[in-house]
Design a protein around this ligand. Sequence first.
Ligand SMILES: C[S@@+](CC[C@H](N)C(=O)[O-])C[C@H]1O[C@@H](n2cnc3c(N)ncnc32)[C@H](O)[C@@H]1O
Length: 352
Amino acid sequence: MKDYLLDLIIKTLANTSNPKSVHGIYPYRGKISSIDAKQIISQLNPDKIILDPFCGSGTILYEAANRGMKSFGIDLNPIAQIISEGKININPDLQFEHLSVVNIINKASKLKKVKLMPENARKHFHKDTANQIMRMLEFKKIFTPYGLACFYGSICLAARGCNHYKWTSSTVGKNIEPKRDINFYDKILGKIKKHFYPLPKKNKAKFFHMDTRKISKNIDVESIDYIFTSPPYFDCLDYTAYYGKIILNILEIKREPIRSSLIQNFSSYEKSMKHVLDELYKVMKDKGKIIFVVGDKKIHGKIINGAEFFNDISPFKNVKTIERKYTGSSSQIFDNINKTSRKEQIIVWEKK
Ligand SMILES: C[S@@+](CC[C@H](N)C(=O)[O-])C[C@H]1O[C@@H](n2cnc3c(N)ncnc32)[C@H](O)[C@@H]1O
């Protein structure tokens, strides 16, 4: 099959989110547009092996497997693990997924004693909604992977709902009183139906919960045909903040150890990414293609071009860079507010 990648076409998109797809399960911070992911994957040879070394909520991991590719995803964030595993392990029987949650709701609603939601999370919810969440949490271990991803996603949706759906991507966590009572059981059952898009074939996608800086310890050297990823942003987004903070607070998991294990410290960013690129070089086959979706960063009033930054530290040969404006995303809103006009770049490298 012809490798179309060198003719890569990237359209400017009016809207990058699609809440009705499987990717609407959870509002993961920094999620790549599934339309972009699909468009790029459709130009790759489906018989080859693809890796997303920073897969987050598994958009690329899922879309590549959906096209029939053998697909690997890596992320160190425990929330990324739950959401990715949930998307790639949907039981093909909707009735099964639905009944497994109904079963948990039945058990949960009969509990005599329920733990109070931790204070730092409780403030976002109506008391009855918080109570239903805590009841279901008691049965966390018996959720299916898809059910658990829907549980986390429903917590986010319920938090927004309790605050009258007024939260936007830049106001998550804003306190709006009085809280609205959201029936959590209805929300999760709705979610199970809404995002039910099981992969056509099992075992095409595999997730690894690990640090990408150690990738050659788990992935065979010279075994990968394509790498396609949106790496952690170099304006150092906190992937444990945003809705993730609410989930981690409910689970009583400390954020700081997770935060400091991820690449999101500006002073060490360049060193870490150089390390990652050298590791990726080891696992790539000769002539393999690497696609990085990056963006500009503004520091001290000066714009650093994302593609130039990455080309400087990459051991791969640059074959193409496509640049476009941010459209239909929170980055565009950020640009409008801050009067910046950053651009997004799609870099294509080759291992020679
Ligand atoms: C831009 S996000 C990827 C989003 C993803 N494309 C999606 O659609 O959800 C970057 C990801 O890199 C992950 N990350 C940061 N440092 C990491 C590391 N050292 N090892 C593995 N993953 C890491 C973060 O947890 C985050 O999920």
